[in-house]
Design a protein around this ligand. Structure first.
Ligand SMILES: *Cc1c(COP(=O)(O)O)cnc(C)c1O
Length: 463
C-alpha cells in the first residue's frame, strides 16, 4: 500500500497496529498522500477513531463557546438527518420549512415589529451570519449613496477593538475600513463614548457585541443607539447597528428579559447568533434576522425554486448540512422558553459561583463576573511574583482543564486575562473540582516562586 515506506521520514508515515490490519493489508500508510489501495472499512474506522481519541476531553474545555453535548434523541436525529443538504430545498422541503420556522421563532424572540415582513436565514455559524449582516449594511449604504449621486468609495465600519476575529475578516474580505474604538480600563466595551470621532458619512454601520468574547460583557445597544441619535441630529448621518449576539442573543431573552438590546431598539438593522453556542446545538449552525425586508437589500437575495414556488435565499455557502437546523428545531421544541431559561440560568449560576470564589484568591481580581453570558475573566493584581496566568493555564492543562490566558486587545494588550466559559455540562460538582485545582495550582506557583530559606526542609511539590 505504501510502496517505499522506508524512504520516507517517520513524520510522513502512519503506522497501523498489526492487530487492526487484515492479513495482507499494509501496516504503514502515507500520512500526506492519498493511499494507493483500498482497506477494510473496519481498519479505516479504527484508525480515524483512535486518532480522534487524542483530542481533548470536551467536558474540561472551558475555552470554547461551542456545544459539546446533546441528549440521546438529538443524537438519534443527527444520525437520521446526516445526509440532508440545506441548500436542496426541492429535495428536502420539510427541512426548508423547519429552517423557516426556526428563524421566525428567533425573529419573534428578538421582538421584530412586523413578523410577516421580515427575512432571516440559517448559516453555518455566526461568522457567516455576521458577514451577511455586514454585507447588507454595506449594500444599503452603497444604494443610498448612489441614489444621492454620492461616492461609494472608502466605506468604513465602526466596532470595538474587542470584536471577534470574524469582523476583521469581514472588513478585509469586503474592502471595508475597520474603525476600531479602543478598549480601555474605563471603557472595556463599546459604549458610545467618543463615537462621534469614528462615525462619518462613509460609515456603513456600527457593530454592537452582545457578549464580548474576551470578557463576556454586553455592549449597551440602547446607549450606542442613543449616541447615534445625537450624531444624526448634529450631522444628519444616519447609522444603523448590527448586533453580534453570537452568545448573548440566546441568553439575554431568557435570563435578562428587561435588557433592551434587540429590534425594540429602532437602529438595530440585523441580529446574528450561533445556534451552536448557547443555542445548544452541535457545530455548525448560525442565524441572522433582519428588522424588515427593507433592512436587507433585495439585490443580495437569490430566488430558488421551492415546491414549484419561489424561496428567497441568501448565504455565502451553497451546500451545507441540514441536520443542525433540525437539531435547532428539536431544541426549540424540547426546551421552549422555560427550558432555555433553566439551562442558561444554571450556567450563569455556576459562572457567578466560580467567579466569586476566584475573586477571593489573593492574586486575582475579576474583569467580569459571568452574570451576562456565563463567561468571565480575571487578571492578576499588581505585585511581585515569578509566575503569570500563562503558567497557571499550563498547570491546569496538565490536569486536563483548558482555561486559556490571553492578552486583551490593542491598547490594553499589556493586560493578560484568564477566562472561563461555562456551558451546559459544567455542573456545580465539576466546578468544585476545578476550583480545587485552581487553588492547588496557585498555591504551587506561589510556593515555587517564593525564595526558599536556606534551612528549609525539601518540599515535594506533587499532589
Ligand atoms: C463565536 C463568535 C463569533 C463567531 O461565531 P462562529 O459561530 O464560531 O462562526 C462571532 N462573534 C462573537 C461575539 C462570537 O463570540
Amino acid at each position: 500500500m505504501y510502496r517505499d515506506a522506508a524512504a520516507r521520514s517517520d513524520a510522513a508515515v502512519l503506522t497501523i497496529n498489526p492487530v487492526f490490519a487484515r492479513p495482507g493489508e499494509a501496516t504503514a500508510l502515507p500520512r500526506f498522500e492519498l493511499p494507493e489501495a483500498m482497506m477494510a472499512s473496519d481498519t479505516a474506522y479504527q484508525i480515524v477513531h483512535d486518532e480522534a481519541m487524542l483530542d481533548g476531553n470536551s467536558r474540561l474545555n472551558l475555552a470554547t463557546f461551542v456545544s459539546t453535548w446533546m441528549d440521546d434523541n438529538a443524537q438519534r436525529l443527527y444520525a437520521e438527518a446526516a445526509d440532508k443538504n440545506m441548500i436542496d430545498k426541492d429535495e428536502y422541503p420539510a427541512t426548508a420549512a423547519i429552517e423557516d420556522r426556526c428563524w421566525r421563532m428567533l425573529a419573534d424572540l428578538w421582538h421584530v415589529r412586523d413578523p410577516d415582513n421580515t427575512i432571516g436565514t440559517s448559516t453555518i455559524g455566526s461568522s457567516e451570519a455576521c458577514m451577511l449582516g455586514g454585507l447588507a449594511l454595506k449594500r444599503l449604504w452603497q444604494e443610498r449613496r448612489r441614489a444621492a449621486g454620492q461616492s461609494t468609495e472608502t466605506p468604513n465600519l465602526v466596532l470595538s477593538a474587542g470584536v471577534q476575529v470574524v469582523w476583521e475578516k469581514f472588513c478585509n474580505y469586503w474592502d471595508v475600513e475597520a474603525r476600531y474604538v479602543p478598549v480601555t480600563e474605563d471603557h472595556l466595551v463599546l459604549d458610545g463614548h467618543e463615537l462621534e470621532q469614528y462615525v462619518d458619512e462613509h460609515t456603513i454601520g456600527v457593530v454592537a457585541i452582545l457578549g464580548q468574547t474576551y470578557t463576556g460583557l454586553y455592549e449597551p445597544v440602547q446607549q450606542i443607539a442613543a449616541k447615534l441619535d445625537e450624531i444624526q441630529e448634529a450631522t444628519g448621518v444616519d447609522v444603523k447597528i448590527h448586533v453580534d449576539g453570537a452568545s448573548g442573543a440566546m441568553v439575554a431573552p431568557f435570563c435578562q428579559p428587561d435588557l433592551t438590546w434587540d429590534f425594540a431598539v429602532d437602529r438595530v438593522n440585523s441580529i446574528s447568533t450561533s445556534g451552536h453556542k448557547y443555542g445548544l446545538v452541535y457545530p455548525g449552525v448560525g442565524w441572522v434576522v433582519w428588522r424588515d425586508r427593507a433592512a436587507c437589500p433585495e439585490s443580495l437575495i437569490f430566488h430558488v425554486s421551492y415546491l414549484g414556488g419561489d424561496m428567497p435565499t441568501l448565504a455565502l455557502n451553497f451546500s451545507r448540512p441540514g441536520a443542525q437546523v433540525l437539531l435547532q428545531y428539536y431544541q426549540f421544541l424540547r426546551l421552549g422558553r422555560e427550558g432555555y431559561r433553566a439551562v442558561q440560568q444554571a450556567s450563569i449560576d455556576v459562572a457567578t459561583y466560580l467567579s466569586s470564589a476566584i475573586a477571593e484568591l489573593p492574586p486575582f481580581e475579576l474583569v467580569s463576573t459571568g452574570d451576562t453570558i456565563p463567561v468571565f475573566a480575571w487578571k492578576l493584581v499588581p505585585g511581585e511574583r515569578n509566575w503569570d496566568l500563562y503558567d497557571l493555564a499550563d498547570r491546569l492543562r496538565m490536569r486536563g482543564w483548558l482555561v486559556p490566558a490571553y492578552p486583551m486587545p490593542d491598547a490594553l494588550s499589556d493586560l493578560v486575562v484568564q477566562r472561563i466559559v461555562v456551558r451546559m455540562g459544567l455542573s456545580r460538582d465539576l466546578a468544585e473540582l476545578l476550583l480545587t485545582a485552581i487553588r492547588e495550582e496557585v498555591d504551587f506557583l506561589e510556593r515555587l516562586s517564593a525564595p526558599i530559606p536556606r534551612d528549609a526542609p525539601r518540599t515535594n511539590f506533587t499532589h
